[in-house]
Write a protein that binds this ligand. Structure first.
Ligand code: FES
Length: 175
């Protein structure tokens, strides 16, 4: 199958391990209505859908690259780049929202220099906002690398992030 041309002429970062992608393409071969399912399974397998993955999918399953981009950027649940070394999720569900989750987001943006959905240029931090993480009694809640930090304040947030920035460490015990 011919490579799909992209108007930007960029060469994409190659996918390290193509086996999950090949298996998913085979599973849905011939099913033109399965693109969202393919995206979900690729996202599950790789943790993100970047240009390299989409280029391989376009080549192997016969999609237009522009079609894949359009879909991946429309659905906000798909991450379009690999996460950083530390994944910071700030809960923005109702209970956290009313307890100043926005203040935590503002502080994280200030301290890390990135916005929600972005990864720092050194690939150390990825910042995300998420819906209820299920621990509303501890609102507002921040989850760093799977570790829950409850009853956060902007100043605690800054301290926590600085621990990760300075030591690359575990972020202390703010739970
Ligand atoms: S709304 Fe944040 S933990 Fe439920």
């Amino acid at each position: 199958m011919e490579a799909v041309n992209c108007s930007c002429q960029q060469r994409f970062t190659p996918v390290d391990d193509l086996r999950p992608l090949e298996e998913i393409v085979e599973k849905y071969r011939g099913d033109r209505s399965a693109l969202i399912s393919i995206f979900h399974e690729l996202h599950e397998a790789y943790g993100y859908l970047d240009e390299g993955i989409m280029e391989e999918l376009a080549k192997r399953a016969g999609y237009q690259l522009s079609q894949l981009y359009g879909l991946a950027t429309f659905y906000t649940q798909f991450r379009l780049e690999p996460v950083g070394e530390h994944l910071i999720k700030i809960c923005h569900g109702t209970a956290c929202h009313v307890r100043n989750a926005q203040g935590l987001i503002d502080e994280a943006q200030r301290t890390l220099g990135i916005s929600p959905g972005q990864t720092s240029p050194d690939r150390k931090f990825t910042l995300e906002t998420v819906n209820c993480v299920g621990t509303c009694a501890l609102a507002p809640v921040v989850v760093v690398d799977g570790k829950y930090h409850g009853r956060m304040t902007p100043s605690k947030m800054q301290k926590l992030l600085k621990q990760y920035m300075e030591k690359g460490g575990t972020g202390g015990d703010e739970d």
